[in-house]
Write a protein of this length. Structure first.
Length: 193
C-alpha cells in the first residue's frame, strides 16, 4: 500500500516542480528590454542550448583575458562548460552585436556568477546570458533561428580559437559555417574526456 502512495507523492512533487519552473521561466522572459549592460574585464557571456532527446552539449562561456595573458586564445572545459578567452575589445564588440541582434533581453541589477546549468533550468530555447559587474541579462531565442541569429556574431571574435569554438557550437546544431575545419583544434576533444 505504501508503494502507490510514494509514486503519487513523487508525481505530485514533479508536477509542482514543473509548474514552479514554468512560472519562473515566464517571469524571467517577460521583459522586452534592450541590452544595456556594459562590457568590462569581468563580463561573461554564456550560450547554451539543449534540444529535447539530444546528448548534453556543454555551455559555451566567453570570458575576458588581458592582452598577453596565456589564457587568451584558449578554450578549456570544466564543469561549467567550454570557456574561450577573448580580449576586452572583442567582448565589447560581442555585446554591441548582441544589443543590435533584434533579441529581446530581460535585464536585472542582480549580480550573478555562472554556475553549472541544472536540469530544472533547461528549456527548449537557445539561452544567451550575460553576467556583468552591473547585473545580468538574459534572452531566450527560438532554436529554429539559431543559425541566422548567431552567425553575425562571428565578426566580433578575432581570437582564432574563440571563433572556432563559436562556429563549432553552431555546427553541432546543424548550422552551415562556410570554410569551417572541424580538425583545426584537435585537442578540443581531449578536454572532453
Amino acid at each position: 500500500m505504501k508503494v502507490p502512495y510514494r509514486i503519487a507523492r513523487t508525481c505530485w512533487a514533479l508536477v509542482i516542480a514543473l509548474i514552479g519552473t514554468s512560472l519562473s521561466f515566464s517571469q524571467a522572459t517577460e521583459g522586452h528590454d534592450s541590452l544595456t549592460l556594459p562590457a568590462d574585464k569581468s563580463t561573461i557571456v554564456r550560450f547554451f542550448y539543449l534540444p529535447a532527446e539530444d546528448y548534453l552539449h556543454p555551455a559555451l562561456i566567453f570570458r575576458v583575458a588581458r592582452e598577453k595573458d596565456p589564457q587568451l586564445n584558449t578554450a578549456p572545459i570544466n564543469r561549467l562548460g567550454r570557456t574561450p578567452y577573448i580580449s576586452l575589445a572583442e567582448m565589447q564588440d560581442l555585446l554591441q552585436r548582441l544589443a543590435h541582434s533584434g533579441l529581446s533581453w530581460h535585464e536585472s541589477r542582480r549580480v550573478e556568477v555562472p554556475g553549472r546549468i541544472e536540469p530544472r533550468e533547461m528549456t527548449d530555447k537557445v539561452e544567451i546570458k550575460i553576467f556583468s559587474s552591473e547585473g545580468t541579462a538574459l534572452t531566450l531565442s527560438d532554436p529554429k533561428k539559431l543559425c541566422e541569429t548567431l552567425a553575425p556574431l562571428d565578426a566580433a571574435l578575432k581570437q582564432p580559437r574563440a571563433l572556432w569554438e563559436f562556429q563549432l557550437f553552431r555546427v553541432d546544431y546543424n548550422c552551415v559555417v562556410p570554410g569551417f575545419d572541424r580538425n583545426a583544434f584537435p585537442e578540443h576533444e581531449e578536454g572532453m574526456r
